[in-house]
Design a protein around this ligand. Structure first.
Ligand SMILES: C[S@@+](CC[C@H](N)C(=O)[O-])C[C@H]1O[C@@H](n2cnc3c(N)ncnc32)[C@H](O)[C@@H]1O
Length: 273
């Protein structure tokens, strides 16, 4: 890929998702564009760059972001966060609920990929919060992963490493043509609402604040000013005393924000500021 082509792709990806591609990502980008070249039936990166600058570019840009972004995820990834949710956040928020008159326990999985993260939250809450109503908002910039998340069907390999009781209580096993797949049970699916959302663009469509926001393993793809902007945006959607959980490789120590570090990758919004 020529310099000019790579620079155009980087700029468009940054402008449309704020994902920051360094010079070291050129080969990865080349490899990931292969699928888009075949899908759009163009024969070279140069031709693909022309397409991206043509009147048809709008619909292709979404596919470009899809192809470039990393959607890797799995159930109960960084399990310490789910244990913290169960043992600390739920008891603490349950104790506050009456005084605060919150209608429900409201959580946001802010870069949910194909759904394993919000469904892991749902599985945890179904087990430890049976009486208080709860709802999970889940969002991602990629329509491709969101449609997989809404379907909630996962290959056996990704489910069968969970313990037997979790599989039994939380999934329906596929038979016949669905053999080898599991689907999240309807009672859990109906607690998760999916939204197509660029975290750095416009205002998210949520009226109620959240007690907890999971925003994990997406900030590593952003540059520092973008990380700072994102963390401060997310903080505005938290109740006082609400929690922000980030990926374990995503320290916020180098950016300015008003949150308190409680333990690695776990931040709390102050009660009064
Ligand atoms: C590696 S996945 C993380 C999934 C999950 N949070 C986890 O930790 O396993 C990163 C996700 O961030 C999404 N993403 C990237 N840029 C985004 C943006 N600007 N707004 C919303 N989502 C974005 C990608 O589409 C991808 O699904």
């Amino acid at each position: 890929m020529r310099d000019a082509e790579y620079n155009l792709i980087r700029t468009l990806v940054y402008e449309n998702s704020r994902i920051s591609l360094g010079p070291d990502k050129r080969e990865l980008v080349s490899a990931r564009l292969g699928k888009r070249l075949r899908a759009t039936k163009v024969h070279s990166i140069a031709e693909y760059c022309e397409l991206l600058q043509s009147p048809e570019a709008d619909s292709e840009l979404g596919h470009l972001i899809d192809a470039i972004s990393t959607n890797h995820t799995f159930f109960f990834r960084e399990n310490g966060h789910f244990e913290f949710l169960r043992k600390v956040i739920v008891p603490e928020m349950s104790a506050r609920v009456r005084g605060e008159r919150w209608p429900r326990f409201h959580l946001w999985s802010a870069a949910c990929s194909s759904g394993e993260e919000p469904y892991s939250i749902a599985i945890t809450l179904a087990d430890c919060l049976p009486t208080w109503p709860w709802l999970i908002a889940a969002s991602d910039i990629s329509r491709r992963v969101l449609s997989r998340a809404e379907l909630a069907i996962y290959p056996a390999e990704s489910v069968e490493r969970l313990d037997a009781a979790t599989i039994r209580n939380s999934f329906q096993r596929g038979y016949g043509p669905q053999e080898g797949y599991y689907r999240v049970r309807p009672a859990l699916r109906e607690r998760v609402e999916f939204h197509h959302l660029n975290l750095l663009e416009g205002e998210p469509p949520f009226r109620d604040l959240f007690q907890v926001i999971f925003c994990r393993n997406v900030m590593i793809y952003f540059d520092r000013p973008t990380q700072e902007e994102l963390v401060n945006r997310l903080a505005r959607h938290l109740v006082p005393g609400g929690f922000l959980l980030v990926g374990h490789s995503e320290s916020l120590s180098h950016i300015r924000h008003g949150l308190r570090l409680l333990r690695p990758a776990t931040y709390q919004k102050p009660f009064a500021s």
